[in-house]
Write a protein that binds this ligand. Structure first.
Ligand code: HEC
Ligand code: HEC
Length: 261
């Protein structure tokens, strides 16, 4: 009996503590939300100049957001465009907007309108990283994996090592992720030799294909990269095991973003 009373006394105390704790949390959260509210001197999101604002208006009028995302928000038919400016040459950008590309409709904008969109995407690009899981500072690149593997086994074949270094030098890792598809759906290169003949690989390195930009890589450099790709396909499993460490998204590094301004 006595024991029962003391237990129920304890749970009464816990209940009250919890209750007041939750109420306090509610008021703290409310305070934070109100303090975070955008004002004229503290706007959310990037500063947009006149041209970028015109671009933003086009972005809204044409419902680009129905298919694309900015900072991961939007429809999922097309890719996230937060950093599209950084990864796309101007000529390709103009062509995609005018003529469309695969499932992307052509819009036939005027040159002034395209310029406005360019300003908008430049501002977006400078505002932060739209897909923080990509290019995470701790992400393991294929080059890192190959070098680490080489350290465990007495080094890598010369041409493979050279190819791995070129992969880093040309920043192929920007789009091609290890064992998963990356930006622009760039494929997992450890499988590149599966669907392509050696001649096709050489052709891609020289002239690009689809959204893969032309790098004009030829001669010894092309041979080395190809040796690296062949080596990757042959060492897929041990490399994947090395890549075991999960890549975590650091949510605190994602910048705030708002559609209203
Ligand atoms: C009906 C859906 C749809 C709409 C609306 C749309 N897009 Fe796209 N867009 C796509 C798809 C899908 C792709 C990818 C093309 C592919 O690979 O099939 C794409 C690709 C792009 C690309 C190339 C991006 C990259 O990284 O490859 C740009 C730039 C782009 N769109 C800009 C725009 C802009 C600006 C608007 C609004 C004016 C817009 N899109 C409206 C579907 C759409
Ligand atoms: C701007 C992003 C980007 C960069 C940078 C890039 N690629 Fe690609 N790459 C792609 C895309 C997208 C594809 C798919 C092309 C297609 O659809 O045909 C591709 C395809 C390939 C393929 C064919 C793969 C397959 O399975 O068919 C190879 C090989 C390749 N890239 C090698 C490289 C190398 C080597 C580098 C660095 C010199 C590089 N890429 C840099 C985007 C990129």
């Amino acid at each position: 009996m006595i024991e029962n009373e003391s237990t129920s006394g304890m749970s009464w105390f816990l209940q009250r503590t919890l209750y007041f704790g939750l109420i306090t949390c509610f008021f703290i959260l409310t305070g934070i939300v109100y303090r975070d509210y955008p004002t004229a001197d503290k706007p959310i999101g990037p500063e947009l100049n006149q041209e970028a604002l015109a671009g933003q208006a086009l972005w809204r009028e044409n419902n680009c957001q129905a298919c694309h995302q900015l900072y991961g928000f939007g429809g999922f038919l097309g890719p996230d465009l937060t950093n599209v400016w950084a990864r796309m040459p101007r000529a390709r950008f103009d062509k995609i907007l005018n003529d469309g590309y695969q499932r992307m409709p052509g819009f036939h904008f005027s040159q002034v309108e395209i310029n406005a969109l360019v300003h908008y995407f430049q501002a977006m690009d400078q505002s932060g990283q739209g897909t923080p899981s990509y290019q995470h500072p701790h992400a393991t690149t294929l080059t890192d994996l190959a070098v680490t593997y080489g350290e465990h086994q007495n080094g890598l074949p010369k041409d493979v090592e050279a190819g791995a270094r070129l992969f880093e030098q040309y920043q192929c890792r920007t789009c091609h992720q290890s064992f998963r598809s990356g930006i622009l759906a760039a494929p997992d290169l450890s499988l590149a030799m599966v669907g392509n003949s050696p001649e096709q690989i050489k052709q891609i390195l020289k002239s690009g294909r689809g959204l893969m930009p032309p790098f004009a890589i030829e001669g010894k450099a092309a041979d080395d990269i190809q040796a690296f790709l062949i080596w990757l396909s042959e060492h897929r499993e041990p490399l994947m095991a090395l890549d075991g460490e999960d890549i975590k998204v650091e949510w605190s590094r994602i910048p705030w973003f708002s559609y209203s301004k």
